[in-house]
Design a protein around this ligand. Structure first.
Ligand SMILES: [Zn+2]
Length: 141
């Protein structure tokens, strides 16, 4: 019998392109940055940093220049969730997150369905209903 992995997130990458400028992104001081989280088992993730800059950059600590790091940071899933939440909360096209989940969609859809029903059963105004429908790409008219 195949056991379901306890972790929900398989991979995640958060991007910060707030300082990025196309003509200055390799050596002009306006770089993009990203942080990658990869599941390595037992609820742990390896962290790798990257940049659009052409300079020496440490993938382990995310600093420019030569450094002595030789192993990546390892974090727990809660930190990965937090990084994703922070990136989504910014709601800027320059800061965003991409992630891949372990296939657990059925369970998640059920949970989401219950939560949405509970939320909609509370007093909601027309604006909230329209916004919710819009976000879920549901036609209400
Ligand atoms: Zn380093």
């Amino acid at each position: 019998m195949e056991t379901q992995p306890r972790a929900k997130i398989k991979k995640a990458t958060t991007y910060d392109y707030t300082s990025y400028e196309a003509g200055k992104s390799s050596n002009g001081g306006a770089y993009g940055f990203w942080t990658k989280y990869s599941y390595i088992g037992e609820g742990r993730y390896e962290v790798h940093h990257g940049t659009t800059a052409d300079f020496e950059y440490c993938p382990y600590c995310g600093n420019f220049g030569d450094c002595d790091c030789d192993i990546p940071d390892v974090v727990k899933e809660a930190e990965v969730w937090q990084a994703i939440k922070d990136a989504l909360k910014e709601s800027s096209s320059e800061i965003y997150a991409e992630y891949e989940l372990f296939k657990n969609h059925k369970e998640w859809v059920e949970k989401l369905r219950r939560r949405v029903r509970d939320a909609l059963n509370k007093t909601v105004n027309d604006t909230q209903i329209i916004n919710c429908a819009f976000n879920l790409d549901v036609k209400v008219f």
